[in-house]
Design a protein around this ligand. Structure first.
Ligand code: FAD
Length: 380
């Protein structure tokens, strides 16, 4: 029997196990995923999925020995956020006395670095199979896979993403709010250097972010109602559209990674655990990507849960309940902030337009407000 089985070996599940096994190297842990990760193309170009990782989470990963290929990491030193009519907020690392605002890292680059570390622990097993059933027994959980094989564990952690199979087995209320938008992601080479400045444009119907990659390259996330139309453009038309929407600030763009789109929704669930099954990452919550906080919230869950699970012999319902309340509060705060920002900016009304542009300029002029905003973003 395992001490802990984690279903889902994505960034959050794998990083949780790495943190936990560093805290208690005697634990017997299995990571169950339906697919083995494929790192064969890691050195070729850039991944579609590229994330802004907060300094707190980046440094935690580095402290766990995660050795990320530095040549492919971008850094945000400053940020410019614009509304649609002459409104602007500018943040910089100096505003928060930090060395940087965020690191821009490929999903597969970071995941490989986490797996490389995990493989050093012989008591972490990797099982690649499709689960068909979860049976909750008195003091343990039994997982059954498609071949009828059984896996027993004292504790089960669901880190299996937004459509979590583990969560579906639990009797937990979920409210799903569809944004009726997708996030288009793609990477480009630019004519003009980005100077490590991230840029974001909030217009009435879309939110576009330019995230700096090394050299003259950027990754974009473009949340809009018209993603299908954008995906149907030819390469040159897409480059022109992205450049135009970004005010031609980086000159001509050249597409370097095939674009992809992800549907966006907000998942609010009433609690993150039931008996000895606990949820982390997107299995527990999803969020609009406008502030790049999804995986950062998941890392927050991972570090908090690893802290209480490392002492497995004293782990009980009280401790799990404390994990639940502390994370539920943090997560809900960020989910609602992003949801309200989305509502505010996804609105074509003249009055709302005036208010939001006034608001952006006001924040820009108010040092304390600006600092509070940056602190809340980088400390996740
Ligand atoms: C367009 C877009 C841009 C984003 N940008 C950012 C950003 O800049 N910064 C940020 O912090 N976040 C960002 N996010 C959010 C981020 O992508 C997610 O929050 C993050 O990937 C969640 O990680 P996870 O490990 O919880 O889930 P996932 O990455 O979904 O991993 C789940 C794992 O579970 C496995 N799995 C699924 N089902 C099963 C099953 N039945 N059995 C076994 N295994 C299973 C999968 O194979 C996978 O390995 C963005 C999201 C979108 C859509």
């Amino acid at each position: 029997m395992y001490d802990i089985v984690v279903v889902g070996g994505g960034l959050v599940g794998a990083s949780f196990v790495l943190d936990l096994i560093n805290k208690n190297p005697n634990l017997n842990i299995a990571i169950v995923d339906r697919f083995a990760p494929d790192f064969s193309q890691n050195e070729v170009g850039f991944d579609n999925k590229i994330y802004a990782i907060s300094p707190r989470n980046y440094e935690h990963l580095i402290n766990l020995g995660v050795n990320i290929n530095q040549e492919k990491i971008g850094v945000i030193d400053a940020m410019k956020v614009r509304g649609n009519v002459n409104s602007l907020i500018e943040f910089s690392k100096e505003d928060c006395q930090n060395n940087y605002l965020a690191k821009i890292i490929e999903y597969r680059n970071l995941l490989k670095a986490v797996y490389d570390q995990l493989k050093l622990f012989s008591n972490v097993q990797f099982i690649y199979t499709l689960l068909s059933k979860i049976n909750q027994l008195d003091d343990k959980v039994c997982l059954v896979d498609n071949n009828g094989e059984l896996f027993y564990t004292r504790w089960l952690v669901g880190a299996d993403g937004a459509n979590s199979f583990v969560r579906q087995h639990m009797n937990i209320q979920i409210e799903s709010i569809a944004y009726y938008q997708s996030g288009l992601v793609a990477n480009f080479e630019c004519e003009i250097s980005h100077q490590n400045i991230a840029q974001q444009w909030f217009s009435g119907d879309s939110i576009l972010a330019y995230l700096p990659l090394p050299n003259k390259q950027i990754s974009i996330v473009w949340s809009s109602d018209n993603t299908n139309e954008l995906l149907n453009l030819n390469e040159q038309e897409l480059c022109d559209a992205v450049s135009r929407a970004g005010g031609n600030s980086l000159g001509n763009l050249k597409l370097i990674t095939k674009p992809m789109a992800f549907p966006l929704k907000l998942n609010l669930i009433s609690k993150f655990y039931q008996d000895n099954i606990i949820l982390i990452g997107d299995a527990a919550h999803t969020i609009h990507p406008l502030a790049g906080q999804g995986v950062n919230l998941g890392f927050g869950d991972a570090w908090a849960l690893a802290q209480i699970m490392s002492d497995i012999n004293t782990l009980d319902a009280n401790k799990i309940s404390r994990y639940n309340y502390s994370r539920l509060g943090e997560v809900r705060k960020m989910q609602m902030t992003c949801h309200l920002l989305h509502r505010l900016f996804h609105n074509r009304s003249w009055t709302v337009n005036k208010i939001r542009n006034f608001g952006l300029n006001l924040i820009n002029k108010t040092r304390l407000l600006k600092k509070a905003l940056i602190d809340s973003a980088i400390n996740y």
